[in-house]
Design a protein around this ligand. Sequence first.
Ligand code: MG
Length: 253
Amino acid sequence: MRKSEILLITQASWIVARVLEDIEPYIQPGISTYELDALCEQMILSHGATPSFKGYGGFKGSICASINEVVVHGIPSKLAILKEGDIITIDVGAKYKGYHGDGAVTYAVGEIAQEARDLLNVTQFALKQGIAQVKPGATVGDISSAIGTTIKAHGYGIPLEYTGHGIGRSLHEDPTIPNDGKAGSGPRLKEGMTFCIEPIVHQGKPFTKVLSDHWTVITKDKSLSAHFEHTVLVTNEGCSILTTTGKKEVTHG
Ligand code: MG
């Protein structure tokens, strides 16, 4: 990736991080994912970017909004209304001057059960462990192994069909970044690479099911699913997290 391209991916990723911060106060019982989608779209547009997901493969929303047992690709809907104790993943992509940034956070809606909080903590920690492997000369397998080891140590399920990915001019590029794997395997990381690391974790078994809308993915056993994602850059020293505003780490509150 050229320096000028890295700058644009950095700017797109900053917008994603800013939206994930700015939407947090709206994550309250009673709001619909349709309203959250409209708010996020406005925020993305206000920064001079466009929502990467809108129209992608025919997707109708500007964000993916996935409540509780929904794993990924939840379609924003007036009928999907948050209630106290839910968890919701907001996945945001922004395209800025031809380049994409991508990030996701699972938020708590009000007070959530300790088991749900544990799931969120472990998923976020797995993302941190994956990012900690990123440096020139390391491999994709090093990232995958760090993520998988963290998740499996807690007995959670990993739906391996959903992975992280390279990002740049396209939303999804090579390499694929699996959420489990063997250290030392796979493509080698080089300075200037940009990709998304995104552990997706089930409280129960790893099996998924796609609903008849052809988008919404749920856990087969209806257990909760969490998802945290950052866009990162391989630097000469290691790794720079691009989906940040520099203010604070976006957490689940
Ligand atoms: Mg992604």
